[in-house]
Design a protein around this ligand. Sequence first.
Ligand code: CP3
Length: 349
Amino acid sequence: MSKPSSGKRLIDALTDHPVDRPPFWFMRQAGRYLPEYRKVRAQVGDFLELCYTPSAAAEVTLQPIRRYGMDAAILFADILLIPDALGQKLEYREGEGPVLEPIRTAAGIAALKPDAIHERLSPVYETVDRVAGALPDGTALIGFAGSPWTVASYMVEGHGSKEFQETRLWAMRDPQAFGALIDVLTEATTEYLGRQIEAGAHAVQLFDSWSGVLSEDQFGRWCTGPTRTIVGRLKRRYPGVPVIGFPRGAGAKTAEYAAATGIDGVAIDTSMPPRWAARALQTTVAVQGNLDPLAVVVGGRAMEDQARDILESLSNGPFIFNLGHGIVPQTPPEHVAALSDLIRNWQSS
Ligand code: CP3
């Protein structure tokens, strides 16, 4: 006999339970495309301040759930809160994105303060607690963090980048020194996610947004390896809490990543063929994805046809409907409503 349902579609899909329809949520479902987000953001002012103000962060986490009734809320925070909590100087500049004081030496790594992170991060745990208490019963709360490689990329470059050359050069020239940074992040990320789970997160996602710049051997060392360590430690402490990994841009390496890390679900980006994912990934893990966020900007038939094709391709196995990357600011909110209705009403033909 199958185990009883968790009462949450998202968790059922991640734990081998049958679901009446695919659960859905959207990366960056809270954010600038929503007028009610822009209002809170303008009131609070600074983006980091918004992340560290539990009442406001909980409010913006819940906004998309009220509008669209997704099967999961995702904690409102950012992957760069970890470097901030470790003591690296961080600011978000309007129109430019995050700017950090780059770390490129062993001394820079040694100056980080891993013992102090929870002090700075405690408002995030309070946000989790508030949201968990406010969500409808069937709606899951997803906690998250960036993966060590992706977070390290920002810490070393000092800003976003297309190629992350400084980081890749350091990782290849002096894997020992760079590895010390990855170790600090692996430890901090495990503890951070653990606290989110204890505060009420029902599942967690690791965002490895820049894993796609790595060759196979570097990918194994800096993405799959640390992810396996984090997942292993979390599973020992919180065996029932599913972990989703998002190795964006990993292409065919995703199969090895899914098999080797111990994750329960893998998020795939827009470039991945859904039918390939069904064959190569769904036999091992649940698959999450992967509508082009720009299809939601366009809306109408273009969006609906692509969404139906993904549903047809992946609904025979464990599946969570999502986008291949985050919702972009110019997305019309009514297109998100139409997409949510399409998924809710979808039936396999
Ligand atoms: O709704 C959600 O998905 C939850 C909140 C969330 C944010 N960032 C809020 C945010 C999540 C899960 C993230 C993850 C994140 N942050 C990633 C991984 C996913 C991805 O996009 O690849 C990365 C790389 C970051 C780092 C980051 N944060 C950048 C590069 C930027 C600037 C670019 C931008 O979109 O402005 C941010 C800022 C940020 N994080 C915003 C939001 C809503 C925009 C802030 C604002 O001006 O209001």
